[in-house]
Unconditional design. Structure first.
Ligand code: WT7
Length: 651
């Protein structure tokens, strides 16, 4: 973010107080902050009482071996039972859990809590039949269909950690994740609907398995689109053959509070994705309490919709575990916002009477571009609360969202968190906080965050620095799958005892927090996290590429966009547009469509320091069309002139 945008942000003076009616009946009030501050562990223990436990815990937090936390030590719990069985047993079995909306029009399904529970029990029995045992890892590579939620909860029920791989990721990305966590079974579908057409998934699974060898014993395939699939006899199994035939009776085992629930891979500053490990008890406490508090959820009357794909952490925490543990009724939509028309989301809001709506700034900016008249055609008056996640929301988008979607009355909760944090940590509370457009405001009750300088000193109000968390929280990651050392090095080594989030932040004069984006080699494109190094190694894996440097450049629509600078090998004959297209497609094949560079510049040299480190800062200046900064530490200071002359001659 440029200095200019930053100072514009800091001059933002608008405030939006909570609506009186909401404040009067809010789930959480001001008092929670004081209570949590006086005894953090007692506060989280009380939040834990909202769940059903087998054995109760003997200790709320064991922080005797930092940074390895244990929460609700000695407690036993089953996440699936908390999400389903307990609601059914309490007489809420007929309540709709999911209003599922397929992308093709009129392709919808409502699933009640009782139906979802039966499906999950059947799937758990079928997985057991396939030899899946407690502790085994199961990969899930699926479209946005109810079976995806069923598959996750069936794994949770068995204590078999799932690793959901976003359906937009490539076969290579799937293969590396399957290998890293040694998944025995992959659950997938023939395909899903996207942008008005079936989009295949099974071929990528076949390709991934060809790469990983005989690690994967079975592939369980949901029939969604009916498209042709290749079939490996003995390995591939249709979901409808084994799940539909299985019993809906399943005795759930209670798992240790620290039993692994899932692994979610996310990009780091190196090429190799990190397997973020979340465990059961603390994660469920953190996600369910924050979902109830931040969205002021009233399970009897609210219809909640989080538009995230279940393949990301937002889908895990705020579509599956948090909302279902709270007994919410929610919408789940399979497709894209423009299929078959640009009003699809608002049509769904109108049809189901959505009251709480949670999406990302990049989507909001897209709707701004499409025009106010599109949402205006639909009745959005049911909406009483709006959420934002994934990147800083710029004040223009905030105001547009509030006015055009929230009817100028619904408060906006700008929620800051990460795959690693598992739960929302910094956010307004809708019944308490007067929101400022562009600020995530303050740490939630029970959360300890600060902004510090290079020496780990908290910065005074009005100054910027690095965002850190100073105390453990229940849904925090426990480690990186199979790599405790990398876990320590990545998050805990910069300053003793502090979790470093990788984000820059500023405290304003009131002490409220404004997030300023990543300070490491991680980009945020449309709220998705991408690593510069990962894309660089994808480019270098192409036979014509000798060297590559990637930067995230500011982009009006996607927040940041991938810009690549590439040096070709001497042997590369063809050049020009065809090659650029080929390289862009190559990155999509290696990682996934979201990683495709917006721009690739073929350059003769890259700016390097004397020790050979690429100075991405200078490339970012070029990509953002700025005056190039200080070049005095370059080994060859003429390199930037060469690159700039290339840029000037580019079409
Ligand atoms: C990074 C985490 C949390 C689920 C989606 C992304 C950025 C996230 C906000 C926000 C400013 C935000 C941060 C963070 N981020 N939410 N409300 N305001 N920045 O999860 O892929 O793990 O990315 O997203 O940079 O570190 P993720």
């Amino acid at each position: 973010m440029s200095e200019e945008t930053l100072s514009n942000l800091m001059n933002e003076q608008r405030r939006f107080a909570p609506p009186a009616e909401l404040a009067a009946s809010a789930n959480v009030t001001e008092e929670a902050y004081e209570r949590a501050a006086s005894d953090r562990e007692a506060f989280w223990a009380e939040a834990a009482e909202r769940l059903d436990w087998g054995q109760k815990w003997d200790q709320v937090l064991d922080w005797s071996n930092p940074p390895f936390a244990k929460w609700f030590v000695g407690g036993t719990i089953n996440a699936a039972v908390n999400c389903l069985d307990r609601h059914v047993e309490a007489g809420r079995g007929d309540k709709v859990a999911l209003h599922w909306v397929g992308e093709p029009e009129d392709d919808t399904r409502d699933l009640t809590y009782a139906q979802l529970k039966d499906e999950v029990c059947r799937a758990a029995n079928a997985l057991t039949e396939l030899g899946v045992q407690k502790g085994d890892r199961v990969a899930i590579y699926m479209p946005m269909i109810p079976e995806t939620v069923v598959a996750m909860l069936a794994c949770a029920r068995l204590g078999a950690p799932h690793t959901v791989v976003f359906g937009g990721f490539s076969a290579d990305a799937l293969a590396s994740r399957v290998t890293d966590c040694e998944a025995k079974v992959i659950i997938t579908a023939d395909g899903g609907y996207r942008r008005g057409a079936p989009s295949a998934l099974k071929p990528a699974v076949d390709e991934a398995i060809a790469k990983v060898g005989d690690l994967v014993r079975n592939v369980l395939v949901v029939r969604r689109t009916g498209q042709d699939v290749d079939w490996a006899e003995g390995r591939d199994v249709w979901w409808h053959d084994v799940v539909d035939a299985a019993s809906a009776e399943h005795e759930a085992e209670l798992h240790d509070s620290e039993h692994p629930l899932y692994v979610m891979y996310t990009s780091g500053t190196t090429g190799k994705p990190k397997g973020i490990l979340h465990t059961t008890g603390g994660y469920l406490v953190g996600t369910s309490w924050t979902h109830w508090a931040v969205f002021d959820l009233k399970p009897e009357t609210d219809v909640y919709w989080c538009t995230a794909d279940v393949g990301w952490v937002t889908g895990h925490s705020y579509m599956v575990y948090g909302p279902l543990a709270n007994g919410s009724t929610q919408v789940m939509y399979e497709g894209t916002p423009d299929a078959p028309h640009k009003g699809r989301w608002w049509e769904i809001v109108e049809k189901y009477g959505v009251t709480i709506f949670y999406t990302a700034p990049t989507a909001i900016r897209t709707f701004m571009k499409w025009g106010d008249e599109i949402p205006a055609k639909y009745d959005r008056s049911s909406i009483r609360l709006l959420g934002s996640v994934g990147e800083p929301i710029n004040p223009e988008a905030y105001i547009w969202y509030r006015k055009n979607i929230g009817g100028d009355k619904a408060p906006i909760v700008d929620t800051w968190w990460q795959t690693e944090t598992g739960q929302i940590l910094i956010s307004p509370l809708p019944g308490v906080t007067s929101g400022k457009p562009g600020s995530a405001m303050t740490p939630l009750p029970g959360v300890a965050a600060d902004v510090v300088d290079d020496e780990a000193r908290p910065v005074p109000n009005g100054s910027g620095g690095y965002l850190v968390l100073t105390q453990p929280w229940p849904a925090m990651l426990r480690t990186l799958w199979g790599d405790d050392q990398r876990f320590k090095d990545t998050y805990w080594s910069r300053w003793e005892g502090l979790y470093f989030a990788g984000d820059g932040a500023k405290k304003d004069d009131d002490g409220d927090i404004w997030l300023l984006g990543r300070v490491d080699d991680v980009m945020n494109v449309s709220g998705h996290r991408l690593s510069t190094t990962e894309i660089e190694s994808a480019l270098v894996s192409h036979p014509m590429v000798a060297e590559a440097a990637v930067v995230g450049a500011a982009d009006e629509m996607t927040g940041q966009a991938v810009c690549a600078f590439v040096i070709l090998r001497e042997s590369a004959g063809v050049q020009g547009d065809d090659l650029v297209t080929e390289l862009r497609n190559h990155v999509a094949k290696e990682i996934g469509g979201i990683a495709k560079p917006r721009q690739i510049m073929i350059v003769p040299e890259l700016p390097k320091t004397r020790s050979g480190k690429i100075m991405r800062r200078l490339l970012k200046d070029v990509a953002e069309h700025r005056e190039v900064g200080d070049v005095t530490t370059l080994a060859d200071s003429t390199v930037m002139d060469l690159i700039k002359s290339k840029e000037a001659s580019a079409p």
